[in-house]
Structures are given as C-alpha cells and as structure tokens.
Design a protein around this ligand. Structure first.
Ligand SMILES: [Zn+2]
Length: 134
C-alpha cells in the first residue's frame, strides 16, 4: 500500500494524531492537546490507515477528483497553464466519503473507493485520480 499514513485518536478528547513514524514499542504516548493517551501505557490505540493526501472534487459540469496535499495545489493543477478557467466549484471530499466505493472505470468491475485508488496510485500528486468522463 502506498501514499498512506496512520492516524490514532486520543482516548480522552478524540483528536487525531499522525503516528506513521512512531516506533512500534512506543507506549504511553500522550496527547499534546489534553494530556490524555494516544497510545495507552499498555499499547492500546484507536488507529486507522488513511490516504496521505486529500481529495478535492472539482465540478465544471463534469466531476474531477484531484488528490493533493492542499486545495491550493489541487486548484493550481486543475487550472493548468490556462488563465480564467471556466467557472467551477471545488470542495474537499470528507474522510467518510473517501472510503465509500463509488468510482467505476472500464477496467474495474466493481466500484472502488477514492482511498483505494490513492493507495494504488503510482504517479506523484497533485494528480487527477478519477473523473466522470473517463
Ligand atoms: Zn487528547
């Protein structure tokens, strides 16, 4: 799996912490927000593997899903070399939606999720990972 990071939720305040580079034997890791535990003294964590980049949905009559670190980077990529690109709207795809299998393409029989596409994506970001016309 590529382009992923591991997050863990604080047991006390539920805030999110990136533990991708945390050593596997680091127990008793505290939350910098509330002082509660992100990793309990006995090693318990509430973790999830998520895409390392965000996904922005662009709508200019068609839909394009562009994965990037930031919205600014995604918009720069979307606009390309053209000034005054025709009107579009852009919104960040929520975490929950990233994991919903909703994208179909010619070479996939079952719909896949945007997260799944990112985990298998070879090229660098920002990049268009899906669109309604391809
Ligand atoms: Zn906390």
């Amino acid at each position: 799996m590529k382009n992923c990071k591991v997050i863990a939720r604080c047991w006390t305040c539920d805030s999110e912490h990136d533990i991708t580079h945390l050593g596997i034997t680091e127990y008793g890791v505290k939350c910098d927000k509330c002082g509660g535990y992100v990793v309990s003294p006995s090693g318990k964590i509430q973790s999830q593997i998520i895409p390392a980049v965000k996904v922005f949905e662009f709508d200019d009559g068609e839909q394009h899903w562009i994965a990037a670190e930031t919205q600014e980077a995604a918009e720069k990529y979307f606009n390309g070399p053209y000034d005054g690109y025709p009107e579009y709207t852009v919104k960040e795809v929520s975490r929950e939606m990233l994991f919903k299998p909703c994208i179909t393409s010619e070479d996939s029989r079952a719909p896949v999720s945007l997260a799944q596409i990112i985990f298998e994506h070879e090229a660098a970001f920002p990049d268009c990972i899906a669109c309604s016309v391809c």
